[in-house]
Design a protein around this ligand. Structure first.
Ligand code: TMP
Length: 208
């Protein structure tokens, strides 16, 4: 992006296994940023555009080949990056996305075992020059996540997966966090809401 750091917005993503509690905390980060005078665009993947929401409905509910699943995630992402994320950052807005490409590496790569080289190629194709400025990874042990999930609504295709699937997804998220040079900040989501909020404030401090 040929824009100075002062005029471009920022791209923050939220990740974690299903049931890790990230959705609860996105609203808090939004209010922190708005309180600091930022213009915030909240969005999600898969989805975030009219076409992306149709693809979301398909990919969360239909059985399909694992490569089809990965391609749909990246098709939705291509539209999202072009229509929402890049224009907002160029306007100087702060984009908060509930999931992005780390989820494809964790779920399709870690969870389903798709070859990482294929995911690298898709990432290079779909957003060669865009990475999140900050990723907040909400982390909880599997049993806590399962208990939270079963207490909520009807489960989608991913949420119905078995414990070993989520163990691989979580493992891949944590591996990426360790290799991310600080881009991915792990938030211990077993803490109380106030403790999580304090951790979020600390993670965002240098940005506010
Ligand atoms: P959500 O329930 O957090 O909105 O996410 C929808 C599901 O889609 C969640 O189970 C994770 C999954 N997912 C992938 O498998 N790959 C991806 O690239 C993305 C963005 C989500």
């Amino acid at each position: 992006m040929n824009q100075t750091d002062a005029t471009r917005g920022r791209f923050i993503t939220f990740e974690g296994i299903d049931g890790a509690g990230k959705s609860t905390h996105i609203g808090y980060v939004t209010s922190l940023l708005k309180g600091a005078g930022k213009r915030v665009v909240s969005t999600r993947e898969p989805g975030g555009t009219p076409l992306g929401e149709k693809l979301r409905d398909l990919v969360l509910h239909e059985k399909m080949h694992l490569e089809t699943e990965a391609l749909i995630m990246f098709a939705s992402r291509r539209e999202h990056v072009a229509q929402v994320v890049e224009p907002a950052i160029a306007r100087g807005d702060w984009v908060l996305s509930d999931r992005f490409t780390d989820a494809s590496f964790a779920y399709q790569g870690g969870g389903r075992g798709l070859d990482r080289a294929k995911l690298d190629a898709l990432e290079q194709w779909v957003h060669p020059h865009l990475q999140p400025d900050l990723t907040l990874l909400f982390d909880v042990p599997l049993d806590v996540a399962r208990a939270r999930l079963s207490a909520t609504r009807a489960l989608d295709k991913f949420e119905m997966e078995q414990a070993d699937f989520f163990a691989r997804v979580r493992g891949e998220y944590l591996r990426r966090a360790a290799e991310s040079n600080g881009r991915i900040v792990v938030i211990d989501s077993t803490q109380t809401i106030d403790e999580v909020r304090a951790a979020l404030q600390a993670a965002l401090e240098s940005w506010l």
